[in-house]
Design a binder for this molecule. Structure first.
Ligand code: DAV
Length: 374
């Protein structure tokens, strides 16, 4: 509990300023969600998860929780305050007047749900039905931050309807094939339509005054319009990454590591026209190192590129998954102190070290890193 000398502060403007306070998720009661349009489009066609629904095996939950707890220890030993969500029984049918779902998902990846911009924490709309109620696991924390920091701003983005009109029927086909998926995603023909604003918080990359937002399966252009009107002093940029057949969440694709430097997934390069703003402002974009693995762990939603899903502690210190030798080596060569964190048992529950966290407080203020706009 925060003492008088260490009051709760909500404040985080980017991905790299010195980290003081963070949320780390929990794997308890996590489920493999039942078929629904946007989730089906994301789970790879050959995944063993197809047809497996309901609570994840208890021994996998325990292994994931033990790695999550170890990650908490590592950060706390460095003086970073860590809070945990309150999992609910995710294996429960839910519904709204518009739809029903047989279960929920979990609260291992808070990054997907909570978007911290300055003194504000926004609960994202989300775009899967099974994730509609996920914010509930974070409410005890958010309510406490609201009470403890009189300047904290708490927002919930407009709750989406998530009717069938939100999803393209073409993606309901079981066998689309990677080739067609690559063509569709390159043409920005994603599973989500422009019916209403939809976004996952993990599609938003915060770089001070500029927010770079991935247009893909989980975030649409209407959400970017909402974010731009919501943050009138920021500049919201739509980015997309041809080469990804299952584009969700920017944090295994394009990751700023310190002011002036981003690593980009070499299979999912930022298109030339979208690089201009980085070039004009003296930013360098380099290829991320190759993942150390050729396949993700069993029953995992994400790709091997969780290798680059790192948590930056400050612009000289980074947490990297402990088996990702190539990514650790790249950070070492860039002059970072690398903290190896074993985390592959947690991957199936919703992602890597960045996904499993959500910022509460980083030192620093809102800087303009891109004064020359394109
Ligand atoms: O490469 O599968 C994972 C992002 C998870 N939040 C990928 C993206």
């Amino acid at each position: 509990m925060p003492g008088k000398s260490n009051p709760t502060v909500v404040n985080s403007w980017n991905e790299w300023d010195p980290l003081k306070h963070i949320i780390i998720g929990k794997a308890d009661h996590s489920c493999i969600a039942w078929p629904e349009p946007a989730l089906d489009a994301k789970v790879p066609e050959d995944s063993a998860m197809k047809g497996m629904n309901g609570p994840r095996p208890l021994e996998t939950v325990e292994k994931a929780n033990s790695q999550l707890d170890h990650f908490v220890d590592i950060l706390e030993k460095r003086g970073i305050r860590v809070d945990r969500p309150t999992p609910i029984q995710w294996n429960r049918a839910i519904g709204t007047p518009d739809w029903q779902a047989n279960s929920m998902f979990g609260c291992m990846p808070p990054r997907d749900v909570l978007l911290t911009v300055g003194k504000e924490i926004i609960e994202a709309t989300m775009s899967y039905r099974c994730r509609w109620f996920e914010y509930l696991a974070y409410r005890p924390l958010i309510e406490s931050y609201f009470m403890e920091d009189p300047k904290m701003r708490w927002e919930a983005a407009p709750k989406p309807r998530l009717t069938d009109r939100d999803y393209r029927r073409d993606y309901l086909n079981e066998k689309i094939g990677v080739e067609k998926r690559l063509k569709w995603t390159a043409e920005k023909y994603f599973v989500t339509t422009e019916e209403e604003p939809l976004f996952d918080a993990a599609d938003v990359c915060r770089m001070g005054k500029d927010l770079f937002v991935q247009h893909g399966f989980t975030t649409n252009l209407k959400a970017m319009d909402w974010l731009q009107r919501h943050f009138p002093d920021h500049r919201v940029h739509a980015v997309n990454f041809p080469g990804d057949p299952y584009p969700i969440h920017i944090d295994a694709t394009f990751v700023p590591v310190r002011p002036g430097l981003c690593i980009n997934n070499p299979n999912r390069r930022l298109p030339d026209d979208q690089r201009k703003i980085f070039e004009k402002n003296g930013w360098e974009i380099i290829d991320a190192a190759q993942p150390a693995h050729t396949s993700p762990p069993p029953l995992c939603y994400s790709s091997v590129w969780l290798s680059m899903n790192v948590l930056i502690i400050d612009s000289k210190t980074v947490c990297v998954e402990a088996s990702e030798v190539n990514q650790m080596e790249q950070f070492d060569q860039l002059g970072f102190e690398v903290i190896p964190v074993p985390f592959r048992d947690a991957y199936p529950f919703g992602g890597g070290l960045h996904c499993a966290t959500a910022d509460v407080y980083r030192e620093g203020s809102c800087e303009d890193y891109f004064p020359k706009q394109v």
